[in-house]
Ligand binder design. Sequence first.
Ligand code: SAM
Ligand code: SF4
Length: 336
Amino acid sequence: MTMQTKIKNQPIKDSYNRRIDYLRISITDKCNLKCVYCMPSKGLEYFKEAEILTDEEIVRFIRIAHNHGLRKVRITGGEPLMRKNIISLVSSIKETGIRDLSLTTNGITLSKIAGDLKAAGLDRVNISMDTLKAARYKTITKGGDINLVRESIKEAERAGLTPVKINVVPIRGINEDEISAFASLTFKENYHIRFIEFMPATRNGIWRKERCVSSEEVLEKISTLGNLDSFEFRGRGPSRNYRLKGAAGIIGIISPLSDHFCGFCNRLRLTADGKIRPCLFSMEEIDIKTPMRNNATDKDIDKLFLHSIKVKPQRHLLNENTGATRIIKTMSKIGG
Ligand code: SAM
Ligand code: SF4
């Protein structure tokens, strides 16, 4: 590698001295489930095909961002595995040189293509599963079959998409009674169980502050299972990680509301319709699709990328009643 390439690939720092090297990209707003905390009960009006970034546009943006030190990409949605040609898209993204390529999925269709995704260059997966009970899973997801998700977890392990991370959103009155059961899985299995604090996604109706289970409460429940060692207390990401004594797996706590992690934030988001969101809860979005479709040069897109880093806010204002919650489109459109 030449000196010039090294300098070219250094991550950019934002106005608050945070190194921005992580992009979460929603590649579709479509989903085969309708989780009660994510989708409005009436369903969503999906983007039209032409409104969504094409594979070429996505890869072009990632290539440009990689020149500025982008190291990690997470593919999300909607349900990313509903996108046509997902295998070739994964392969093209990996070819840009991205070091760590991961994907978040509900696991409904993953089992069939886990090996192909690995072969295409996917490094890891997060699989969302908010309950271990089949009937409850059906209720939360409005019809999903938990057996498909269980099979996907096994296939992901077999394919080497590891460590398999399992995302759980504990919600009071819905599944908070399963926090210990999820944590107990780590005794035997090398899973990373990630408890994600329930966040307000507008127009879904079920969000109430009282339904949020704070990180303290999650930790309190888990600590009844054994000694909890802080494990890599705070890396460069939002997760606080722990390990139960003697356990194979790891427990992560992600709490954007009760625990301000903005100071550690290293990420940007790209929405399915081609807008950079400097923060999940940003007021500002930077459109890259329109310029790309109007013959913008790489230099022009470069400037938009740098601008989005420059305007990344210091922190979200969710706890301050500023109306910030109103501007969340829905998780599935932004990519949760
Ligand atoms: N469909 C995929 C899935 O479910 O994993 C990827 C997209 S989903 C929007 C990404 C993550 O956001 C999931 O782990 C989901 O549980 C989480 N999520 C969705 N709505 C949320 C909310 N209101 N609060 C906290 N997390 C949420
Ligand atoms: Fe779909 Fe994922 Fe949202 Fe559930 S959380 S409705 S699976 S996008």
